[in-house]
Design a protein around this ligand. Structure first.
Ligand code: G3H
Ligand code: 13P
Ligand code: ZN
Length: 284
């Protein structure tokens, strides 16, 4: 299949009232777990590369792996840059075949976030690449950036209107109570705020930090207009558990494939479970 465009997937999800899973990928086994799950669930999927993944594997490797997966897969796969750092990185990713990019200006003052996001949108438009922007500050640590407790702030629904109008982003990442990584207590999402933002902006919303959320919370967020659900931590955990189990069973194992293979299987099952909350299974 040709590499899918994330905007096409999300606009279809908007009409159908469901969401697409956006799963972080660092290596071949993780990518195969994601794609294998999506194929078994007959669901479109977004594969995304974080800053950490790019540093670890190199953009060339990630892009080549993801492009190969998309081409041979039975389901539509979009390749997305997660938490992009700036115009230069976005251009590089587009050059390497990404069909979707995020510019994360959430740490910047509003005017600067708008100006830099708009610059990315303007260029990406010419080549049919979709753009995700972020407004508000999500707690926790992603990549090298930590947002300490008390420093996170929720997306302002009025600012969201201005941000979307002036930048022209295709989808908007919102801060409504999720955090990147592990939750310290129980996750508590502000669904009223989510509903208000959606009513104001109309475009597909993106929920970051969706690991650790109960399935019911994810379903509710989807019913209120979230169309892209970012999940990483829960999948990493499953992968490492799979490795540990394989090594516990056979502590003398020296074949990496016999450790990474079970890890891939374990992760695939979690991806399938996450997809089942999104409503996108069987929508091909
Ligand atoms: O926000 C996205 C990822 O969870 C960050 O992970 O350690 O691969 O950069 P990373
Ligand atoms: P989690 O690791 O908390 O699932 O967050 C993933 C994410 O938001 C990637 O952008
Ligand atoms: Zn994120």
């Amino acid at each position: 299949m040709p590499i899918a465009n994330a905007k096409d997937l999300l606009m279809k999800a908007e009409k159908g009232g469901y969401a697409i899973g956006a799963f972080n990928c660092t290596n071949m086994e993780i990518l195969q777990a994601i794609v294998g799950a999506a194929e078994e669930m007959e669901a479109p999927v977004i594969v995304q590369a974080s800053q950490g993944a790019i540093k670890y594997a190199g953009l060339e490797y990630i892009a080549a792996l993801a492009k190969t997966a998309a081409e041979i897969s039975k389901v539509p796969i979009a390749i997305h840059l997660d938490h992009g750092t700036g115009f230069e990185q976005v251009m590089k990713c587009i050059r390497f075949g990404f069909t979707s990019v995020m510019f994360d200006g959430s740490m910047l003052p509003l005017e600067e976030n708008i100006a830099r996001t708009a610059e990315v949108v303007k260029a990406a438009r010419f080549v049919g690449v979709s753009v995700e922007g972020e407004l508000g500050r999500i707690g926790g640590t992603e990549d090298d950036v930590s947002v300490e407790e008390g420093e996170e702030y929720f997306t302002d629904p009025q600012e969201a209107v201005v941000f979307v109008e002036r930048t022209g982003v295709d989808f908007l990442a919102v801060a409504v109570g999720t955090v990147h990584g592990k939750y310290k207590g129980e996750p508590k999402l502000n669904f009223e705020l989510l509903e208000e933002i959606k009513k104001n902006v109309g475009i597909p919303l993106v929920l970051h930090g969706s690991s650790g959320l109960p399935g019911e919370d994810i379903k509710k967020a989807v019913s209120l207009g979230v169309r892209k659900v970012n999940i990483d931590t829960d999948l990493r955990e499953a992968f490492v558990e799979g490795m540990k189990e394989a090594l516990e069973k056979n502590p003398g194992e020296i074949d990496p494939r016999k450790i990474l293979g079970p890890a891939r299987e374990k992760m695939k099952e979690i991806v399938k479970e996450k997809i089942s909350f999104l409503g996108c299974a069987g929508t091909l």
